[in-house]
Write a protein that binds this ligand. Sequence first.
Ligand code: PMP
Length: 382
Amino acid sequence: MIYLDHNATTAPAPAVLEAMLQVLGSVWANASSQHAPGQQARRTLADARARAAQVLGCKPAELIFTSGATEANHMAVRGLLAAAAPGRRRVVFSQVEHAGQLRLARALAAQGVPVDTIGVHPDGRLDLEQAAAAIGPETALVSLMAANNETGVLMPVAEVAALAHAAGTALHVDATQCIGKLPFRFADSGAAAVSLSAHKFHGPKGVGALLLRQGQPFVAQTLGSQERGRRGGTENLPGIVGMATALELLGDLAAEAARLRALRDALERGLAAALPRVHVWGQAAERLPGTSYLRFGRLEADVVLQRLERLGVAASSGAACSSGGSEPSHVLRAMGVAPAEALAAVRLSMGASSTAQDVDYLLHSLPPLLEPLLREEQALAA
Ligand code: PMP
């Protein structure tokens, strides 16, 4: 199987599985217990925290372990909002945040919290003029993703951090798609809080973190003594050790990014040369190295995915499947893409397992399957 869905999740690395199994079987005591096994669990937790903090460029005390990015995102927004100065009640999101974050935005709005949104340009880049207009003296916080999970387009985190700083407000960055794919250091990010999820970089599912700047006003959302009172609940020690191990395995991200960028560009060039009416979204913008978000004419994504499945290729559509049908992607809608084109969106996301052979195979086998369908589509339109 050729796996081209690395933005959805990645396979746990063998060393991650090994480290987790060891903890699962042998270090199972509660890290809050006073007895010797509890102390061993506490030491294991402190060690994993120090190792993860080292890779993430943060202080160990700034790392709050969570069940993943969704929890980290929600606790960041609610926790920063609750701690904001009186008079700062507005929350700013981009229109292309992860679906879970936009649900939170709608829930806040329904509770009476004023929500401001920042749009994007047709190529998926954030509209900085709208950002400057939205962020002001009443803003409690800004929540922005570092890279979009569908298009891969990178967001201008440094510029928005400067706007937030000038307005005296906090920036939360959802770096879920960025961490593990591009070099990142919390200390240099300009953000007050950053979310991540281990399964996006060969760690386990169900574990992630919120990095929270030391001294940042914050109100805990899950109450308990763990994580310095900022996130209650017995720690998922095997998951945390798995995440720390995965972070340490990341290696030279700049070199891996260059490798994936070359593979991705070869794939996009080859498909456009072999087939008519191939459109790649965000191609002119800075993107995650392995992400390609494209459509073949207006062939429905499901049709293309079926052909890919037949070829043994696992990929995704850009449509969020809801019960009873597919909705066009909110990201593409924000970019001004027509619904019929958005429903044709297919995402190919490469990663550690991707090779030049994968690209050759796709370029050899996919065009003959799609070419007759595109010809038929053209004939119907004529
Ligand atoms: N934010 C972004 C940008 C993501 O891509 C994802 C995962 N698709 C999440 C948040 C949520 O991560 P998790 O499901 O691990 O909580």
